[in-house]
Design a binder for this molecule. Structure first.
Ligand code: PRP
Ligand code: MG
Length: 212
């Protein structure tokens, strides 16, 4: 039997809410996330638990048909991938921040500055738009520590509650984009699997309506 292959985040902010929305759709998944692949019991679906940053490539390659992923990750790594639904959870911003003590005037202040980030494409797109050139340091986590250890003058990262910025004595100065979880679709999805996707989308839309 043909199954729709869905990628969800293995661990992290989206994992729980992604499983919850599938559950709300009446789909029960057989096992936990220690197993990296699981089957749904009552819907033609296979679930792959993957690392966030790898998901755009899996979609592109057609290794999975759809994914629940942060819009911000698609903007960073998957501009070519279509969004079928916005899912209304895991809302966040991707922002530039500087030490609280800095007197910030405008985006031009970033000219020639060192910015630590896990989102180099997003930062470059934003700065290019303003004709600003900065020096990016790509790091994968704990980005907000960079100014405090002299690695950078500023950072760009996800802001959700704002508590990580606050705890690290930083202030948000530019919001580059806002994001939420979305249902993304592989450009390689087959016609047969598109039919299953339609059924899933129908259920998701009812769940989202009921949540309003
Ligand atoms: C994420 C993100 C920010 C923080 C934002 O980091 O990279 O640092 O959460 O959330 P807040 O505004 O609610 O504080 P995460 O905790 O996932 O760790 P990591 O960056 O080390 O992966
Ligand atoms: Mg972080």
């Amino acid at each position: 039997m043909t199954k729709l292959r869905i990628a969800i985040q293995k661990s992290g902010r989206l994992n729980e809410d992604s499983l919850l929305i599938l559950k709300n759709c009446g789909i029960s998944i057989d096992n936990g996330k220690d197993q990296l692949k699981a089957s749904a019991r009552n819907f033609p679906m296979e679930v792959f638990y993957l690392r966030n940053g790898d998901i755009p490539q899996y979609l592109r390659d057609g290794v999975v048909d759809i994914a629940i992923i942060g819009e911000n990750v698609l903007i960073e790594k998957g501009e070519d991938i279509d969004i079928a639904e916005k899912l209304g959870f895991s809302k966040c911003k991707v922002s530039l921040a500087v030490p609280k003590s800095v007197k910030y005037k405008s985006v031009y202040d970033f000219e020639g500055k060192r910015i630590a980030t896990s989102y180099p494409n997003t930062v470059n797109m934003y700065l290019d738009k303003h004709g600003v050139k900065a020096d990016l340091h790509i790091i994968n986590g704990s980005v907000e520590i960079a100014p405090n250890i002299g690695l950078a003058d500023a950072i760009c990262d996800i802001v959700s509650s704002g508590s990580t910025l606050f705890k690290n004595n930083l202030k948000e100065v530019e919001v580059m984009l806002t994001s939420e979880a979305v249902l993304a679709v592989s450009p390689q999805i087959s016609q047969e699997r598109k039919e299953i996707l339609k059924k899933l989308q129908f259920r998701i839309q009812s769940v989202l309506q009921a949540r309003q």
